[in-house]
Design a protein around this ligand. Structure first.
Ligand code: ADP
Length: 600
């Protein structure tokens, strides 16, 4: 997150004037003429809310012409909002209109900037309507392009990036295609928790763990529906993949923790905020090496084959039709379908209707890879296994804004102030219990053990101070005061906390059978944040083997086709442990890249 970041965007004023002067008239140009006829000049400030807080900008008008937009202050997340910050002010200047398109994947930031510009225009006392002209549809010249490479990777989330880097390290020339304008997929939105049995870090904290325990918790936590061979590959590969990331200069904190639904303290936290550590690590590698290229804003629409062997892809951008030949292989890393409500409804058998639920996922999580793979004969498995989390932001469904700092030191209470579930349970168990509460909403309660100071940040790089300012967290010096703030019964809240504290001290059995504890909730101030169910992960997908090769409906591998990450099925069974996804996408992305690069 960047504070007080200032980005100055200046357009060549004279050039635009020259263009207006010498071209024929259309609506867009006449708007420029109207605005430039206005007498208003000067610098005006405007503000609005983005994703994480207030956006403050200045706007320079020269006789009504928008000449410069400068972001003065914002708290938008690095990696996710960068493109909106770069593109939206420039487009507003180019179009001389606030009717510009949002940047996909950064809609709230885009809207925040547009609203702040609108506010500045209001402060300038201009006629806003003059700056609301629709963009004139451009005629786009579409060209055809054919490229040759060794390996094509479809998707630039964590799995695709791991696959691309690994394929390149193993000697392949790589082209990665990403349909969004940015890298990162869900990884960059995640809290970054990565499960691995780690002899050095866990031992220092006195945590007993083993590959066998991680295997059993993953297998049993998924109702024994996962493929044991794939699970073994995951749990054995998780720590070596951390070492691989470290060899690429990624840093992890020393302390491991238990992430929500992770069942055991083996989650590693990247030292950089949220998922940026992973994505910047890969990006850095790609930026510093030849023969590994990314094509953005381009959607793969078909996987091609010849004589029973996959040999490339067809992809489309706004202005280019690509045919990309891949001599060694194609890796599908397109993620899941948590953001495709039609597919969710089609496959959901376990939950009440999912139609109206929000999702934690990025907008590109639409299940494209399932269709691409099925078209070349891939077998799809366990699509009914859709994971919900009890941890969605009530307004957006996102994971951000979550006040918890690890499972051990927080409880959940319903709107009556009562606990209702073992908060160390599996994700599906907690979500089902939440859905039975009034409004399907709950409060996560923490105390000073989680926030020793108010600038302490959560896993999403948000401080409790910022969350309170945004109305996403509440505080009480005492339990009664907190109860009053969040309008729950104070007696019930007090009793819930007392019972929990007695269980922490081992004076009593926890009424919900909870076993994961660290500190009592006894050090005010106390804080609360509201949470609702949200669609998080789709566990089913393309069937693969432990070499990340795609299995066809006939049970045989499809030659030169690999898949990794959330697009695959068979690893997590019917319930994925928290912290296992980042390990899965890294381990299998790495395997897919290596194996694809070794083909002839
Ligand atoms: P994973 O965690 O498995 O890496 P993510 O959902 O995080 O999955 O990332 C998948 C990436 O694939 C996203 O960046 C998404 O935009 C991209 N993607 C999805 N479908 C396509 C497609 N048809 N063509 C290109 N990129 C795609």
């Amino acid at each position: 997150m960047k504070n007080n970041k200032s980005i100055s965007l200046i357009i060549c004023f004279l050039l635009v004037f020259t263009l207006i002067g010498c071209s024929g008239k259309n609506i867009e140009e006449s708007s420029k003429t109207q605005n430039t006829q206005s007498e208003i000049s000067g610098v005006f400030e405007g503000k609005s809310f983005g994703h994480n807080g207030e956006i403050l900008l200045s706007l320079e008008l020269d006789s009504g012409y928008i000449k410069e937009i400068t972001l003065l202050e914002h708290k938008e997340s690095e990696g996710i909002s960068d493109l909106a910050i770069e593109r939206i002010p420039q487009e507003i200047i180019n179009e001389q209109s606030i009717k510009v398109d949002n940047v996909s994947g950064a809609t709230i930031t885009s809207r925040g900037i547009i609203n702040a510009v609108t506010d500045a225009l209001k402060n300038a006392n201009v006629v806003i309507e003059k700056y609301k002209l629709e963009k004139v549809a451009e005629t786009i010249q579409v060209t055809n392009k054919e490229l040759d490479t060794d390996v094509v990777v479809i998707g630039g989330g964590g799995a695709g990036l791991a696959a691309a880097v690994s394929a390149h390290q193993n000697g392949a020339k790589v082209v990665l295609i990403e349909k969004m304008p940015r890298l990162g997929g869900n990884t960059i939105l995640s809290g970054g928790a990565y499960n691995a049995v780690d002899p050095s870090r866990q031992e220092k904290q006195g945590i007993e763990d083993s590959i066998e325990k991680h295997f059993n918790q993953t297998y049993e936590g998924g109702d024994k529906k996962g493929n044991p061979e794939l699970i073994q590959t995951l749990v054995e590969g998780a720590y070596p993949a951390i070492e691989w990331l470290e060899s690429l200069n990624m840093k992890f904190d020393d302390k491991v923790f238990t992430v929500l639904g992770g069942l055991w303290p083996r989650a590693h936290k990247p030292s950089s905020a949220v998922g940026t550590g992973f994505i910047n690590t890969y990006k850095n590698y790609i930026d510093n090496n030849d023969n590994i290229d990314i094509i953005f804003d381009t959607e793969v629409t078909e996987i091609t084959e010849i004589e029973g062997k996959v040999n490339g892809v067809i992809a489309q951008s706004r202005d280019t039709n690509y045919k990309i030949n891949a001599s060694k292989g194609v890796i599908i890393a397109t993620g899941g379908f948590a953001n495709n409500s039609q597919l969710r409804d089609k496959y959901n058998t376990q939950w009440p209707s999912l139609t109206k639920l929000k999702s934690t996922n990025h907008p590109g999580a639409t299940g494209d890879g399932l269709i691409l793979a099925e078209d070349v004969g891939a077998n799809l498995i366990n699509l009914e296994d859709i994971q919900l989390l009890p941890m969605g932001d009530p307004a957006t469904g996102s994971l951000s804004g979550n006040v918890e700092q690890g499972v051990e030191n927080r409880i959940f209470i319903n709107n009556d102030g009562n606990r209702f579930v073992d908060e160390g349970e599996r994700r599906d168990v907690m979500t089902k219990a939440l859905m039975e509460q009034e409004d399907s909403s709950m409060w996560v309660i923490v105390d000073t053990h989680s926030y020793p100071t108010e600038d302490t940040r959560n896993n999403f790089n948000e401080s409790i101070e910022e969350l309170m300012a945004q109305g996403r967290a509440f505080k009480g010096e005492t339990i009664e005061e907190l109860a009053e703030q969040i309008k729950v019964n104070p007696k019930n809240l007090k009793k819930s906390i007392e019972e929990f504290n007695a269980a922490v001290e081992n004076k009593a059995e926890d009424p919900f059978g909870r076993t994961l504890f660290e500190n009592k909730l006894d050090k005010g101030p106390f804080y609360a944040g509201k949470r609702v169910p949200t669609v998080h992960h789709t566990m089913g997908g393309i069937e693969i083997n432990s070499k990340a090769e795609v299995i066809g409906k006939d049970g045989k591998i499809i030659k030169n086709l690999y898949a990794a990450g959330e697009v695959t099925g068979g690893i997590h069974g019917s319930n994925r442990l928290g912290g296992n996804a980042l390990a899965d996408i890294t381990v299998f992305g790495k395997i897919a890249g290596k194996n694809a690069s070794s083909n002839n």
